[in-house]
Design a protein. Structure first.
Length: 437
């Protein structure tokens, strides 16, 4: 089986590499020449556990190749995945420019029947537009080649993307023909040996499923953050509340950790896009509007605590920041809360010395000289007035009290992920500020 994955970013590269690992011949296409050149030489544009080895192995055995030329990949190609970005437009709606461009190029170059599968997160109705664009291009060429469109939203999580792809909880596919269903079933069969299903449905429902899933998860995060803020006011501890409610199977423990709000490349833009879709239809998604507002407010909660602690005198204060990526196990800095926090602290006159195990290069690209970068977590602490934990990487979980007591000028810890034990810190002579406790 031969497929083409267009857009070799986070989703496209993981998708392409994992399909190749399962024995499928995959061409990964991107317009970014530098990215493709790098990949041809084994240099990955993202850091993701397990991915490097899969890319290397399958490039070597010839099942995975990289190109900027979409045309060269379409001969005998059975499925084209579009995994290009769908960034927010100025008004918050998803910008479909890249997806429709891929559809256009496929229409201009396809030689045989294929299924055009949208893997990017796209608003309801996109498959229809894609179909129209491909049909128009074929008409211009005077050709009548059959094709199908399908929607196959991706649910992988950055940080465990390979595992999620290889052992998915479920695969959602929106289709409108039996032929396309057959092809998609065959394609995904190697990943479903654990018994988890491909859920086939109509295309609009598949498109909606992705937005509904991300919106639900964002809602859980904003809900617990709202509860956390109230916990502080009334003298409760949100980590206990989480344990108390999470034990209810209907609620569950996942995604109810209080923190600095959601970030990353998906939740912020997808929540915005769904709100916009509803607004355009004359319906107001009030819950999601509140989810967004709570999330925006949450990014400043830790900065407020730091301001209060230092009586608003942050000028010249040195803050050690542990963690920059929007979550552990990724170098993704898109919409990372660390950026908002760093900007606010810097505006107040503080100097930030930050360490992250893998996201420093990405951070340099996005925020450059806004902060100082250190080579290890202890270097960031030297003479710092406070330690602020932003991303809960495993290496930050256990504190070496002897070492940090020596390095920090002032024994205070702001824990934006509630990973430390306030009582243990107190016993070791530290002041502690978490979220909602
Ligand atoms: P990304 O920005 O990492 O990658 C997109 C890639 O597409 C870039 O390399 C870009 O150069 C390329 N591209 C743009 N136009 C092109 C064209 N005409 N031809 C070929 N390549 C082109 O984006 P991503 O994070 O992989 O996200 C892709 C889509 O998947 C988005 O819709 C996103 O919402 C969705 N998604 C992302 C995640 C995630 O965790 N990152 C998870 C699920 C779904």
């Amino acid at each position: 089986m031969k497929i083409s994955v267009v857009g070799t970013g986070y989703v496209g590269l993981v998708t392409g590499a994992c399909f190749a690992e399962a024995g499928i011949h995959v061409s990964c296409v991107d317009i970014d020449k530098e990215k493709i050149e790098g990949l041809k030489n084994g240099k990955l544009p993202i850091w993701e556990p397990g991915l490097q080895a899969i890319v290397e192995r399958n490039s070597k055995n010839g099942r995975l190749s990289f190109t900027t030329d979409i045309k060269s990949t379409l001969n005998d190609c059975e499925v084209v995945f579009s995994a290009v970005g769908t960034p927010p437009d100025e008004d918050g709606s998803a910008d479909l420019r890249y997806v429709l461009q891929v559809a256009k190029e496929v229409g201009q170059n396809m030689q045989n029947y294929l299924v055009f599968v949208t893997k990017s997160t796209v608003p309801i109705g996109t498959a229809k537009k894609v179909k129209q664009v491909i049909s128009e291009e074929l008409k211009k060429r005077g050709l009548e080649i059959e094709f199908d469109v399908a929607s196959n939203p991706e649910f992988l999580k950055e940080g465990s993307a390979v595992d999620d792809f290889m052992k998915p909880d479920r695969i959602v596919v929106g289709i409108e023909s039996e032929h396309a269903e057959k092809i998609m079933k065959r394609l995904y069969k190697p990943f479903l040996l654990n018994g988890h299903p491909v859920i086939f449905m109509d295309i609009p429902s598949a498109e909606m499923t992705k937005y509904a899933a991300n919106s639900m998860l964002a809602t859980k995060i904003s809900f617990i953050n709202d509860i956390a803020n109230l916990c502080e006011i009334v003298g409760a501890d949100v980590t206990n509340v989480r344990r108390g409610i999470g034990s209810d199977k209907r609620i569950g423990y996942h995604f109810i950790y209080a923190g600095t709000g959601y970030g990353g490349s998906c939740f912020p833009k997808d929540v915005k896009a769904l709100i916009k879709t509803a607004d355009n239809e004359g319906y107001s998604l009030d819950i999601l509007k509140a989810v967004e507002a709570v999330n925006d407010r949450q990014k400043s909660v830790m900065v407020k605590k730091i301001r209060k602690y230092f009586n608003d005198e942050l000028k010249g204060k040195k803050i050690a920041m542990w963690g920059l990526a929007f979550k552990p196990n990724t170098d993704d800095m898109r919409e990372a809360p660390s950026i908002v926090i760093a900007r606010q602290l810097k505006e107040l006159g503080a100097e930030i010395y930050a360490y992250d195990p893998v996201a420093v290069d990405e951070a340099k690209e996005r925020i450059g000289g806004l902060i100082n970068y250190t080579n290890d977590k202890n270097e960031a602490l030297v003479d710092a007035d406070a330690l602020l934990l932003v991303t809960e990487w495993t290496e930050f979980r256990v504190l070496n009290y002897k070492v940090i007591s020596k390095l920090l000028k002032n024994k205070v810890i702001f824990d934006a992920r509630n990973i430390y034990d306030p009582i243990e810190l107190k016993e070791n002579g530290f002041e502690y500020f978490g979220i909602g406790r």
